[in-house]
Design a protein around this ligand. Structure first.
Ligand code: CA
Ligand code: CA
Ligand code: CA
Length: 261
């Protein structure tokens, strides 16, 4: 009995050890793809399942891209088991949670993308939606010392000509950094047909910092908010020395101007 317990403990220890050494932190250059809305449960790691798509190669490394399937609309649960675009299992602290989602749906009829903007058609064929109110997707466990590019994809044609406007924000601001009002191209009153479906465009938020809780919160509000996919890429903050040199340059410029006048 003692021997068996010892063996069991050894197995558990090794399992915990190997899963911890396999986990990868988010580094500069890490890309994470989320396919929002596909059917399917959790995978064997108890977290989000993944699929590989060969139709596009977003990062151009010649390998199929990994997409995490966020299909759980129950809310209030942070789902881990997330992989980066190369299939590396990320730290268990990296999780995604959905709030305010009414349901998910999917079909190919309202999608004109055909692998546009490095997003597989299959990914765009599924989505989350609500009929009113605000949907939120919160990505937690990010490195606050990095910065992020967030791309939101909300783009389909409606069979009834109903292409409601929705506001899309990340951490409470539009893509131009303002809290609004702003332009549709920055996410204020985004028309999923004329702003997304026809030009086959996503909405890119550049230079986003994770908030205090290491969070990136994407919100979708309006009469019929929808979202089909999210992509996040991490990058390093500009070197402090470069900023310092720029700052010194500006001070110097001010000094020389003052001397002339
Ligand atoms: Ca790839
Ligand atoms: Ca997984
Ligand atoms: Ca989708």
């Amino acid at each position: 009995m003692i021997k068996k317990t010892t063996q069991l403990l050894a197995v558990l220890t090794i399992t915990a050890w190997t899963s911890s050494i396999n986990a990868t932190p988010i580094l500069a250059g890490t890309i994470i793809n989320f396919d929002i809305g596909p059917l399917g449960g959790l995978d064997q790691d108890g977290g989000l399942p993944q699929s590989l798509y060969s139709s596009v190669d977003c990062d151009g490394d010649g390998d199929d891209d990994v997409w995490n399937h966020m299909g759980q609309t129950t809310g209030s649960t942070f789902f881990g088991g997330i992989q980066d675009i190369d299939g590396n299992e990320l730290d268990a602290t990296v999780t995604l949670r959905a709030d305010g989602v009414l349901n998910r749906n999917g079909n190919a009829n309202n999608n004109a993308w055909n692998n546009a903007q490095d997003v597989p058609t299959e990914v765009m064929n599924t989505w989350y939606y609500n009929v009113s109110g605000t949907m939120q997707l919160s990505l937690s466990g990010l490195d606050a010392s990095l910065m992020y590019t967030v791309e939101l994809f909300n783009s389909f044609g409606s069979w009834a000509g109903i292409n409601n406007l929705s506001d899309m924000m990340v951490n409470g601001v539009f893509a131009d950094g303002s809290a609004g009002p702003s332009t549709a191209s920055a996410g204020n009153g985004w028309n999923r047909y004329t702003d997304g479906f026809i030009p086959k465009a996503g909405l890119t938020f550049s230079n986003v910092s994770a908030t205090g809780g290491n969070l990136l919160v994407s919100t979708f509000s309006g009469p019929n908010p929808t979202v089909q996919a999210i992509r996040i890429e991490a990058f390093s903050m500009p070197e402090p020395s470069i900023l310092a040199i720029l700052g010194l340059g500006l001070v110097g410029l001010g000094w020389s101007r003052r001397k002339k006048s």
